[in-house]
Design a binder for this molecule. Structure first.
Ligand code: IPE
Ligand code: IPE
Ligand code: MG
Length: 253
């Protein structure tokens, strides 16, 4: 699998569609609360939004979709909610992997998996192995993931593999980051109305276009995704250059 150098070095071809979309799926609890349901009912419904978005990305031929499902900070939630979420992951792996495989999806899981129970760890590994030779959408689920963990983990891996080291460059480090198989996200979406990154892909989001919507994750449907894509199409990605430079580099002047 090829490694990508930072996508901020050159102004990319003006793609109308993002190649890589990364999403913080937030607002499940509030969705449930509004309906006088337990928070976990929101997580259950949120899974339906995941299914829909995956389908849409496959149809649109978006190459990479990365979803934040559980952060390294989410262990701080009430034990019952954490247990429910673990059960939901297990169930989703059992039910969905065959369908993802049929749809030619490559499934990847990023994050510190050592904290999960053995059964779940095994299912994650099996799912990745089953789908690794596919050629369609790469769907990455971030579980027990933290952006700071990712960077520190990468540094530690580098130290293990390349001793002794006096100084490292960005290029030395990036192969060890957990998303080294993908270009950096073009479009970041956070549902649920909060306007923060919450320790998601800190390194990789350096030049990503950020989109925040008040729509709660279980309500995030195709129309809501279309709006995010529309907003993305209107952005001008400059990566430090001036607007005029972009026009001349694209040959339209
Ligand atoms: C996001 O929804 C799902 C996870 C973090 C697992 P929340 O559960 O954070 O929903 P709100 O933010 O409380 O509404
Ligand atoms: C971020 O949502 C993590 C996931 C969606 C998995 P949170 O709801 O946990 O984020 P904060 O704590 O409100 O920032
Ligand atoms: Mg939340």
């Amino acid at each position: 699998m090829g490694l990508f150098s930072s996508s901020t070095k050159q102004v990319p071809e003006t793609h109308n569609l993002p190649q890589h979309v990364a999403v913080i799926m937030d607002g499940n609890g509030r969705w449930a609360k509004k309906r006088f349901l337990p928070r976990v009912a929101g997580h259950q419904r949120g899974l339906e939004s995941v299914r829909q978005l995956v389908k849409t990305c496959v149809r649109l031929e978006i190459k990479y979709l990365t979803l934040f499902a559980f952060s390294s900070e989410n262990w701080r939630r009430p034990p019952d909610e954490v247990t429910f979420l673990m059960g939901l992951f297990l169930e989703a792996l059992d039910r969905e992997v065959a369908k993802l495989h049929e749809a030619n999806v490559i499934l990847k899981l990023i994050g510190d998996r050592s904290q999960f129970n053995a059964d779940l760890q095994q299912k994650m590994l099996d799912a990745e192995r089953k789908t690794e030779a596919n050629a369609g959408l790469t769907l990455t689920i971030a579980v027990n993931y933290g952006g700071r963990w990712d960077v520190v983990h990468a540094v530690n891996q580098l130290l293990l593999n390349k001793q002794p080291i006096d100084e490292i460059s960005e290029a030395d480090l990036t192969p060890y980051l957990s998303m080294s198989y993908a270009p950096e996200p073009d479009l970041f979406i956070r549902t649920g109305g909060e306007t923060r990154i919450s320790n998601f892909l800190l390194w990789q989001l350096a030049y990503t276009e950020l989109y925040f919507t008040p729509v709660l994750w279980p309500d995030f449907d195709e129309t809501a995704f279309e709006q995010a894509l529309k907003s993305y199409r209107q952005r001008e990605r400059r990566f430090g250059r001036t607007s005029e430079q972009l026009v001349s580099e694209n040959g339209s002047l």
